[in-house]
Design a protein around this ligand. Structure first.
Ligand SMILES: [Zn+2]
Length: 461
């Protein structure tokens, strides 16, 4: 009897699909194939797959489908899944002040539930890699980072856990209530411990850690500087919110005597190992500094619209060579929670500012894939469908009711409704099939999250 190869070394073949590889040349195939071997793309090309492939565990007919790289989410706050639909008509600062007291009552069990909800929404909308910026650590709340990591592992998402932090409360001129912030030294010790415990910097990693003080208006200058030093000593990346609103810019000018980007520069926060969420209110000089230093941007169009923050200068960023990816942002400011729909929203919002050619459908797809991969420093591993890269792939059905009259499959994905997701592979493993998680029961997650949201809403000081 023949010895079976280990499951990880078996092949999955997808054939007859339109393919947008999002490689450097933007190669597309009207009818092509992808062969996955274990967790890696073995081959991609036009027409049928190579004949006589051995160890084919599964052969998928991609007729009527578009295959793309899995989408990469560069900014999120998973815990906010429990506080959606609140503070509906607020700008950022008023929205934060309304929600901070509730967030300060979370614990590990609630974060675990919220992460299941957030990660499920991401996966079922085509996302294969996500960064989660967690910055609320109430005293005695348990191991919040560990809770989110456990939930993500259960669902099979490739993950960057961002150890966030806040140490500038009201008494120090910050926005959060004093009881919601941590001590600076404790934050740095916990951040270093999180990197030591969780960060896997190897190629193909399913779990990385980065350091992520929350924002200029909730973090001390000392914590910004020392976090940058710590991250560089440990070899991990840096993330924060930057230039999100006009109010933030005014806050920086008042407190620091300079705008947000100059402040970040003064604290060691520009560089190829840094990416920032939003970057809506950027001057020409700010953009030039991002371009010169290779600092990345997580563009979150729906959240920026929901909070009336403004429209980021994405075409100018791309023109200057700034790395730009897409982000859902927390689901208290983007209740959809889907990354797939952000491609369309990025395109539409960009055109409101800059006209009809400012962002094409293919540029929007590139933002959501290679752009995000570059922002997370993983452009050599994920973000495009190329031999040797990790098998993080999305197979979208574009011949159904909502898409069958759109001849260009990339236009169907970006300009049309979000297509049904027939298959999502993360690390070569099917984690979504016919639109649903293979790794968990969705109605059970919905019930768990609803109960957790009620528990949080009922908590009072
Ligand atoms: Zn955010």
């Amino acid at each position: 009897m023949a010895v079976q190869p280990p499951a990880a070394a078996r092949r999955i073949v997808i054939e007859n699909a339109a393919i947008a590889t999002v490689d450097a040349a933007g190669t597309e195939y009207a009818r092509g194939h992808v062969v996955v071997l274990g967790n890696t793309v073995e081959s991609v090309g036009d027409g049928p797959p190579p004949p006589r492939l051995a160890d084919v565990a599964r052969r998928i007919d991609g007729e009527g489908h578009l295959l793309t790289p899995g989408l990469v989410n560069t900014h999120h706050h998973f815990y906010q899944w429990l506080t959606r639909g609140l503070a509906q008509n607020r700008i950022l600062f008023d929205w934060l002040v309304e929600l901070y007291p509730s967030w300060a009552r979370i614990d590990a069990e609630l974060v675990h539930a919220a992460t299941l909800g957030s990660a499920a929404a991401l996966l079922t909308s085509g996302c294969t890699t996500a960064a989660d910026h967690h910055y609320v650590f109430p005293r005695g709340a348990g191991d919040l980072l560990g809770a989110s990591i456990e939930a993500v592992r259960q669902l099979g998402l490739r993950f960057t856990a961002l150890r966030g932090s806040m140490d500038r409360g009201r008494k120090d001129g910050g926005l959060p209530p004093d009881h919601a912030v941590e001590d600076t030294d404790e934050i740095l010790a916990a951040s270093e411990a999180a990197v030591d415990r969780w960060h896997d910097g190897s190629s193909g990693s399913m779990l990385q850690v980065a350091l992520a003080p929350c924002s200029p208006f909730s973090v001390s200058t000392e914590l910004m500087s020392r976090s940058a030093e710590l991250a560089r000593r440990k070899g991990v990346r840096l993330h924060t919110h930057g230039s999100e609103t006009a109010e933030e810019a005014a806050f920086c000018h008042q407190l620091f005597g300079m705008g947000p980007t100059d402040y970040f520069e003064s604290t060691g926060w520009l560089g190829e190992d840094v990416w920032m969420a939003h970057c809506v209110h950027m001057t020409d000089s700010d953009l030039a500094k991002f371009a010169e230093t290779g600092t990345g941007v997580a563009h979150c169009p729906s959240s920026n619209a929901r909070l009336a923050a403004g429209i980021a200068r994405v075409p100018d960023m791309l023109g200057a060579g700034v790395p730009v990816g897409l982000g859902v942002d927390g689901t208290a400011s983007n209740e959809s929670g889907q990354l797939g729909t952000e491609l369309r929203n990025a395109l539409l919002i960009s055109r409101l500012r800059g006209g009809p050619d400012t962002l094409t459908a293919r540029q929007a797809l590139r933002l959501a894939t290679m752009g995000g991969a570059r922002v997370l420093g993983r452009q050599h591993e994920i973000g495009s469908v190329e031999p040797g890269k990790l098998a993080d792939l999305a197979l979208w059905k574009v011949d159904g009711l909502l898409h069958s009259t759109i001849a260009d499959p990339v236009a169907a994905l970006v300009l049309g409704a979000l297509p049904p997701l027939t298959l999502l592979l993360v690390d070569g493993r099917p984690v979504v099939e016919r639109g649903h998680l293979t790794t968990a029961d969705e109605p059970a997650i919905a019930r768990t999250c609803a109960k957790a949201a009620r528990t949080l809403a009922a908590r009072h000081d």
